[in-house]
Design a protein around this ligand. Structure first.
Ligand SMILES: [Zn+2]
Length: 458
């Protein structure tokens, strides 16, 4: 009897010890990835729970506000959430929350609460974790409406729109198909002649219809607040087709042997194999695409204000035009067609080492070799408008430097993919290459940009 009692006492002791120990084991770990700070009319919920073997006893997500708790998810009632086991240990729950999911959602503060437990001690006990995220609820859509009139856009060209957005501090701009062009406070144009805008709700956005987009690409204004609430505004515009020229570029070995090794030496972005022609085709295709992406990446460094001195961009009228914007080029080698590319800029003939002048005032955002463009300079003129200069024999400016309009920024040459001495020049709108002809035209600048600014602030 004594032994039996002692044995039972031992069992109770061990069981108690295990029970206590199990209670000290960590519960599942919980990560609330979204919402970060805001909940709007529609917002994503994204929660990841990690436990050994992804075994969970309970998992509950609720939204708490003003003393109410609205269930968003539980293992018993997933409420339309997407539940995915991401790895052996991780479970991810995603769904839309917002006013559809939480009908009595109110603007103000709220809280996402996640509780999860996992079985321990062979399922006899569970160990729990609690996580919470305080959020701000915003339920008013931003409003956006056009102010300027008469918007005309050429295929491959640029256009500007003035609009009003409320609240004034939300992200907004122009959506052209799948490309977004951010707007900036219109008061950022106040240094340009005669413009005086004080209303912070007024914005100016430059946008483009890419040379390869459909003429009927939908264009509209957008606004988006931090809670994910969106507003949309339509405006009248007319797109115009633009015929692009076709040209033929004969390739010979003298040219290939000069440019191919020089370009490959100056880049680590591609390592093509094969003969010189195959390497040339990799440069003309793959490297060209990578260069285009890199050029587009400088858009995010743009200034929020126009850095222009005078209106028209320097037109390089001394130079003969060798190629125009969006020329459709066919490359021939030994009489056979070997490649096709679109030339997104102007080629302006020059004499070797002729001084190269900045098209307008701005800040240098790039000044170094850039693949097919050889020695290349990119100048930011503000609000997404930038200019690009290629094939320089030498660069005379540094990144971060402010340059005046028509200040010398280097010397012209034939570095990169250039058959003779010339300047490759293009304008960029939010990183997209656009036809520079418009930016050389005083009438166009006056009608498309200044008129719209003067109409709101006469
Ligand atoms: Zn060119």
């Amino acid at each position: 009897m004594r032994y039996v009692l002692a044995f039972l006492a031992l069992v109770v002791l061990i069981a108690g010890g295990l029970w206590m120990y199990a209670g000290t084991l960590a519960g599942p770990s919980i990560e609330i990835a979204k919402p970060v700070k805001y909940v709007g009319l529609a917002a994503p919920l994204d929660v990841t729970v990690t436990a050994p073997g992804a075994r969970l006893k309970t998992l509950r997500i609720v939204f708490e506000q003003n003393g109410h708790a609205t269930p968003l998810f539980s293992l018993e009632s997933p409420s339309g959430a997407d539940v995915r086991q991401e790895s052996g240990d991780r479970v991810r729950i995603t769904r839309q929350i917002g006013r559809d999911a939480i009908p009595d959602l109110k603007s103000g503060t709220g809280r996402i609460v996640v509780s999860a437990s996992r079985p321990v001690l062979f399922g006899v006990r569970a160990t729990q974790t609690l996580a919470a995220r305080d959020v701000q609820v915003r339920l008013e859509r931003p409003t956006i409406s056009v102010v300027s009139t008469k918007h005309y856009i050429n295929l491959g060209g640029s256009e500007a729109v003035v609009y009003r957005v409320n609240p004034p501090d939300v992200e907004s701009g122009v959506q052209v198909g799948d490309l977004a062009y951010p707007g900036f406070p219109a008061s950022g144009a106040n240094d340009v002649e005669g413009v005086h805008i004080t209303d912070p709700a007024l914005k100016l956005a430059f946008f483009a219809l890419r040379y390869d987009q459909d003429l009927n690409t939908p264009i509209h204004l957008y606004a988006r607040d931090e809670a994910g609430n969106t507003g949309r505004g339509d405006f009248d515009y007319r797109p115009f087709p633009k015929p692009f020229k076709h040209s033929t570029i004969p390739l010979d070995d003298t040219f290939l042997n000069r440019v191919v090794p020089a370009i490959l030496e100056a880049t680590d972005e591609i390592r093509p194999q094969g003969d010189t022609l195959q390497k040339f085709l990799a440069i003309n295709g793959e490297l060209r695409r990578k260069n285009t992406e890199k050029i587009a990446s400088f858009a995010k460094q743009t200034a929020a204000a126009l850095l222009w001195a005078g209106i028209v961009f320097h037109p390089y009228t001394n130079s003969a035009v060798e190629a125009a914007f969006a020329d459709q080029r066919t490359y021939l080698y030994q009489g056979k067609e070997v490649d096709k590319q679109v030339h997104l800029g102007f080629d302006l003939a020059s004499v070797v080492n002729a001084p190269l002048l900045a098209a307008n005032k701005g800040k240098v955002v790039y000044a170094a070799p850039l693949g097919i463009y050889g020695n290349c300079v990119i100048i930011d003129h503000g609000m997404g408008v930038q200019s690009l200069y290629g094939h320089l024999s030498s660069i005379g400016v540094q990144v971060g430097q402010m340059v005046e309009k028509e200040q010398e920024i280097g010397r012209m040459g034939r570095t990169g993919l250039a058959q003779g001495d010339h300047l490759h020049f293009t304008m960029l709108v939010n990183g997209q290459m656009v036809n520079p002809v418009e930016w050389w035209d005083a009438h166009w600048i006056q009608d498309r940009i200044l008129r719209k600014l003067h109409e709101v602030a006469p």
